[in-house]
Ligand binder design. Structure first.
Ligand SMILES: Cc1ncc(COP(=O)(O)O)c(C=O)c1O
Length: 387
């Protein structure tokens, strides 16, 4: 069998931790009951497992279990938060603030609301990818109902100042939603201390299974109203109908439990590896770091490389390393990344960018191999340009 490329695309998804899989398996076969079946043991077993996961997740972000609503992932959680608030608070105002560098799972629901007559402010970011808090404050109007700012960016890893943003939202009585798909299990999240009203989570970025996530919805000080987006059997307090996916929920809880237990050692280890790769690449002329130097996820490195063609670079690295480039492929087109464009990059430079996403299974040997191979590829492409 030919050797598989080194996996450095952990922002896209992560492998399921074997301990997570082990915890999940009995819930496919033995304990397969529907957690809503209240009349027999099968239902009680499933319900007990769901309860345990809900408590683990709630503890992880400092909320109560009742405030956790399971969804199919962060895309659904973001849609539920944004459209659900828009519909519920329609009479109080129709202005929403978000940021140009958000994930499409936030930007697209906002654009959809725009088509219904809502006004959306898309805040720019500074050169380092952070938002300008003064500008944020100035953008709030009496009819602003919601602010949506992600915790950690999925391309450049930048960590927005959630606590400061939360304070501004509290001052102006605006609801604060944050997409924490990339942040959960990697940075401390505390919805009380950060004054967050809605928080989107997903399992598959932290060694949990795909297809499961959650939305935290604050129930007091203030109680947040959400208009359901999926109607049906009334599960999850009627906010999100559909039979609960017990094995995935069990896996989500286990993944969070493991992530929190390992957070400090793993962050430190990944940061050291990341910094080593960063140093090697930035030593080359015309290689620039994207995003803030320190306010960043420990496993993230995103660089732009001058003087080369992005497509040729990716082609040169294929088979060596699995990573993402500065382009976003939709079903029909390949566009330069909107995040890198928001940093002020030209299309060409955005295309000639690489996102390295380190994870807990990344080894130092892999990082050294990748560093050397990326440098070789850049140098040979530049050489070919000269000749
Ligand atoms: C910041 C961010 N938000 C939302 C999502 C979507 O999450 P999910 O795949 O759970 O729907 C992702 C994953 O790509 C992400 O990185």
């Amino acid at each position: 069998m030919s050797q598989r490329p080194i996996y450095l695309d952990n922002h896209a998804t992560t492998p399921v931790d074997k301990r997570v899989l082990e915890a999940m398996l009995p819930y496919f076969t033995e304990h397969f009951g529907n957690p809503s079946s209240i009349n027999h043991l099968y239902g009680w077993e499933a319900e007990a497992a769901v309860k345990k996961s809900r408590e683990t997740i709630a503890n992880a972000i400092n909320c109560t279990p009742e405030e956790i609503i399971f969804t199919s992932g962060a895309t659904e959680a973001n849609n539920l938060a944004i459209k659900g608030v828009a519909e519920a608070y329609f009479n109080q105002g129709q202005h929403i603030i978000t940021v140009q560098t958000e994930h499409r799972a936030v930007l697209d629901p906002c654009q959809y609301l725009e088509s219904l007559g809502f006004e959306i402010t898309y805040l720019p970011v500074k050169k380092d990818g952070l938002i300008d808090l003064e500008l944020l404050e100035k953008s709030i109007r009496t009819e602003t109902i919601l602010l949506s700012v992600m915790a950690a960016n999925n391309e450049i890893g930048v960590l927005q100042p959630l606590k400061e943003i939360g304070e501004i939202c509290q001052k102006y009585e605006v609801l604060f939603h944050s997409d924490a798909a990339q942040a959960m299990g990697k940075i401390p999240l505390d919805v009380q201390a950060m004054n967050i009203h809605l928080l989107s989570l997903t399992a598959h970025k932290v060694y949990g299974p795909k297809g499961i996530g959650a939305l935290y919805i604050r129930r007091r000080d203030p109680r947040v109203n959400i208009a359901p987006q999926l109607h049906g059997g009334g599960q999850e307090k009627g906010i999100r109908s559909g039979t609960l996916y017990t094995p995935q929920i069990v896996g989500f809880g286990k993944a969070i439990e493991l992530a929190l237990a390992e957070i400090e050692t793993e962050n430190q280890r990944q940061k050291e590896l990341r910094n080593r790769l960063q140093q090697q690449l930035l030593n080359l002329e015309g290689v620039h770091l994207n995003g803030h130097l320190t306010q960043r996820l420990p496993g993230n490195l995103n660089v732009s490389i001058e003087g080369i063609d992005g497509a040729a670079l990716l082609l040169g690295l294929q088979g060596i390393v699995a990573l993402s480039s500065g382009s976003a492929c939709t079903s029909t087109t390949t566009k330069p990344s909107h995040v890198l464009k928001a940093l002020g990059h030209s299309d060409k430079l955005a295309y000639a960018s690489l996102r390295f996403g380190l994870g807990k299974f990344t080894t130092s040997q892999e990082i050294d191999t990748v560093g050397q191979q990326v440098i070789n590829t850049i140098q040979s492409l530049r050489q070919a340009n000269i000749n």
